[in-house]
Every structure is written in structure tokens, then in C-alpha cells.
Ligand binder design. Structure first.
Ligand SMILES: [Zn+2]
Length: 87
């Protein structure tokens, strides 16, 4: 039985790459209910994500451009899910 699946297309773009790296570093997380990305406001996780981006940028992308994209994505993500009721 074939269980292989294609990876989601997110990784194809630099932004998608940055989002998955930020998730991996624990800097952002996905709302369980709605799927929106949320900034976890964890400075250590942010630093880790930027360091990971510099160390291992996607093919054809410079370390500086990769780190800048990670920061850009962080700036664009809010710290709450827009669909979750406020506490
Ligand atoms: Zn939500």
C-alpha cells in the first residue's frame, strides 16, 4: 500500500519556507481550531528561527535574504487567532 503523500505546497515559496521554519523553531503555532498562525511572542524562539534561516537558507537564497524573510513573516503574524473569541 502506498502511503506516500506530496508535501503541502507551502514549502515552494520563500514565505512558506519561513513559516515552516518558524513553526519548527517554536516561534509561531497554528490555531488548533482555525488554522491561523499565531506569534508565540517567544524572543528565544525568534532568535533560533533567524539563526536557523542564516545557517540553512533554501537553495538559491542568501542567508541575509532568508533571515529577512523570517523576520518579515514574524512581523506579519499577530499574536492571536483572528477567529478565536477574545479571552
Ligand atoms: Zn482560532
Amino acid at each position: 500500500m502506498m502511503l506516500t503523500r506530496e508535501r503541502p505546497s507551502a514549502i515552494r515559496t520563500l514565505r512558506g519556507w519561513a513559516i515552516s521554519l518558524l513553526q519548527e523553531a517554536g516561534a509561531i503555532r497554528e490555531c488548533d481550531e482555525h488554522g491561523w498562525m499565531q506569534d508565540r511572542a517567544d524572543p528565544h524562539a525568534r532568535e533560533r528561527a533567524v539563526a536557523m534561516a542564516r545557517r540553512d537558507p533554501p537553495p538559491g537564497v542568501s542567508p541575509d535574504a532568508a533571515a529577512a524573510e523570517v523576520r518579515d513573516v514574524l512581523d506579519s503574524i499577530g499574536d492571536t487567532c483572528p477567529e478565536c473569541p477574545p479571552l
